[in-house]
Each structure stands twice: as structure tokens, then as C-alpha cells.
Design a protein around this ligand. Structure first.
Ligand code: GRF
Length: 201
């Protein structure tokens, strides 16, 4: 399976995916392009080091979400990709993307709690004792699609956003490659909102 990884920032999840693709012969997802919504981010450097082509579809070049989404999808199409993998991609894509590709996303909370860009801050402010990581298929709504996998993370009384994020990212870097591997191997079945992992996944 050929995948495009979409990024906006440091790209630590991208790195975990690149490492899995390079080291695990059974990792059936091949990152063929990394697409960023801005230039000058660390994720692009990581892709270059791994010799994966990069493309920048700059959000700032567009006046509306639909045109931006079309440009991202057309870019992915040029690389003949089968799926999009969002890895810290901070833009909301319009419905055209979901119509054109299966899309995976990773989110730092136990969805449906704390959707949106400030999930860690919101979890701490709300005083929850447990938050976590969710990997889900993307649908037309933000942080809403069918849930593939979740791992809980305990919130400690003295946690800051940084300390909580460090533990969450440790989980993310193991969880996301394992989900992508199962997806690429055809081991995920979706029935409405419910995703089932086949026995050998
Ligand atoms: C991750 O924590 C992910 O859950 C969220 O954005 C962050 C991206 O981090 N969607 P990185 O760019 O992969 O380091």
C-alpha cells in the first residue's frame, strides 16, 4: 500500500512510521511522499533524511479550504497513493478528501473526549485522571470517524502539558505504526462506526 504522510510540525510520528517502514519487512505501507502545509518544518527534514519525496502545499497560498484540500489530494494522486496518513497535520480537510482516499488520523485524547487542536490543555484543565491516544479513520467531521485503537494514559497530579505530551507521544510512536501495518495488511474491518481487528492482527 502506497501512503502519503501529511504533516505540519516536528514529525515525530512521521519518524516512527519511517522507522517501521525501514525496519519491519511485514510493514506493508510504503511512505511514497510526505506532504506539508508549510515549509521549514522538522518533519520535512526527517523525510529528506529517509529519502522520501516531500511536497509543500502551503495553506497560506489558498483562500478556501476546498481548494487547499483539492491541491493536497491532487498532489497525493501524482504519487499514486492508496491512503493518506495524518501525522500531526493541523489543517481540517474538506469532504472531498474523504471521498477520494481512506484517511487515518492520530489524536492525543480518548475520543470522543477533547476533540480539536488543544486536547492536552483541555484534558488537564478539565481535571480528568485518564486521557490517552486514539487512532481513527477520518470522516467529514473533526476527530470523529470510526475508532481503530485507543490506549489510555494516566494524568498525574503534577503533569504539565509538556510532561503529559511526552508520555502520550511515547504511546503514539508505538501505536500508529502498528495500526498502519494492520490497515495496510487488510486486517481492519469497518462496519458503520465499529472497526474490528481480524484475528491475526
Ligand atoms: C501528535 O501528538 C498527534 O497526536 C497530534 O499532533 C502531534 C504531532 O506530533 N495530532 P509530531 O509532529 O508527530 O511530533
Amino acid at each position: 500500500m502506497r501512503i502519503a504522510v501529511l504533516v505540519s510540525g516536528s514529525g515525530s510520528n512521521l519518524q516512527a512510521i519511517l522507522d517501521a517502514a525501514a525496519s519491519d519487512p511485514a510493514f506493508a505501507a510504503l511512505p511514497v511522499v510526505v506532504i506539508a502545509d508549510r515549509d521549514g518544518i522538522q518533519a520535512l527534514d526527517r523525510a529528506t533524511v529517509a529519502r522520501v519525496p516531500t511536497e509543500v502545499v502551503a495553506w497560506s497560498d489558498f483562500t478556501d479550504r476546498a481548494a487547499f484540500t483539492k491541491a493536497v489530494c491532487d498532489t497525493a494522486d501524482r504519487y499514486d497513493v492508496d491512503a493518506l496518513v495524518l501525522a500531526g497535520f493541523m489543517r481540517i480537510l474538506s469532504p472531498e478528501a474523504v471521498e477520494r482516499f481512506p484517511i487515518l488520523n492520530i489524536h492525543p485524547s480518548m475520543l470522543p473526549a477533547f476533540v480539536g487542536a488543544h486536547a492536552l490543555e483541555a484534558a488537564i484543565a478539565h481535571g480528568v485522571k485518564v486521557t490517552g491516544v486514539t487512532v481513527h479513520f477520518v470522516d467529514e467531521r473533526v476527530d470523529h470517524g470510526p475508532i481503530i485503537a485507543q490506549v489510555p494514559v494516566t494524568v498525574r497530579p503534577d503533569d504539565t502539558v509538556a510532561s503529559l505530551q511526552a508520555r502520550i507521544q511515547e504511546i503514539e510512536h508505538r501505536l500508529y505504526p502498528s495500526v498502519i501495518k494492520a490497515f495496510a495488511n487488510g486486517l481492519l474491518e469497518t462496519d458503520g462506526r465499529v472497526v474490528t481487528w481480524k484475528d491475526d492482527a
